[in-house]
Design a protein around this ligand. Structure first.
Ligand SMILES: [Zn+2]
Ligand SMILES: [Zn+2]
Length: 247
């Protein structure tokens, strides 16, 4: 366990004290029976208006994807078996992710994680055995104060009653941020060998849910999955809050 879980519980307790019943997305006051996020925000955040590829979670046209993949991933060597997203990276979901990351809003990460768990619980079949967040380099999580993927993963794990192994993967290289790199090949090169496994890690025969906040070309998740493959898990399923491939 890292130090994030107790801090998160503390943060949440504090927020409940300061804002007794407010939607953490739209800030609307809630009735005594309502929980954050409010029904209308949760409906908007959890409704994906598009058909998605089961292999890479890209938006695709109707009937354009199969288990073999879609136009975006059919020729890609993916080290994960499937990918789920909560939605596309736009509108309210994009605003919430930007606020979570750049507003350093750890409580929002918790709120989103709990809501995401409700949506994922109905879609994950078979159920994973373990949740692994995509790590940030320590200098980056130190600067932000938390790793949003780890807070999301722990929140998911709590709700789905699964173990969260936040220390299996380590980011051993501080890479330039993928957001500033355009071409898929350059993004792939940027994260090559960026991850390492902690000694004594064991995922043999397990179904792993690999959690990240945003997936763009998938290079980071794919490199993390490639590293995890050394531990011979049965399956690696990627779960991202939002998919940012603008096609
Ligand atoms: Zn709301
Ligand atoms: Zn695809």
């Amino acid at each position: 366990m890292g130090i994030l879980a107790p801090l998160s519980d503390f943060g949440r307790g504090l927020i409940e004290l300061i804002y007794p019943n407010v939607c953490w997305i739209c800030r609307r006051s809630l009735g005594p029976e309502e929980a954050s996020p409010c029904g209308s925000c949760e409906g908007a955040l959890c409704t994906d208006p598009h058909v998605t590829c089961p292999r890479c979670a890209s938006t695709v046209g109707p009937y354009a994807a199969s288990s073999e993949g879609c136009v975006h991933c059919a020729n890609e060597k993916l080290h994960f078996d499937a990918a789920f997203r909560l939605g596309p990276y736009d509108g309210l979901l994009r605003d919430a992710i930007l606020r979570m990351k750049y507003g350093k809003d750890e409580v929002l990460a918790e709120v989103l994680g709990e809501m995401w768990a409700r949506s994922l619980a109905t879609r994950l079949n078979p159920c994973p055995d373990v949740i692994v967040p995509v790590p940030l380099h320590w200098t980056r999580s130190w600067k932000r104060g938390f790793n949003q993927s780890e807070v999301l993963a722990r929140s998911l794990a709590r709700r789905l009653k699964l173990p969260c192994h936040g220390r299996i993967l380590r980011r051993c290289r501080r890479t330039p941020q993928q957001a500033g790199i355009q071409s898929p090949t350059a993004r792939r090169d940027n994260v090559r060998n960026a991850f390492a496994l902690r000694p004594t890690s064991n995922l043999s025969g397990k179904i792993v849910l690999l959690v990240d906040d945003v997936l763009t070309t998938g290079a980071t998740a794919n490199e993390a999955a490639r590293t995890l493959r050394h531990l011979q898990p049965a399956q690696i399923i990627v779960a991202v809050l939002a998919h940012d491939r603008a096609r």
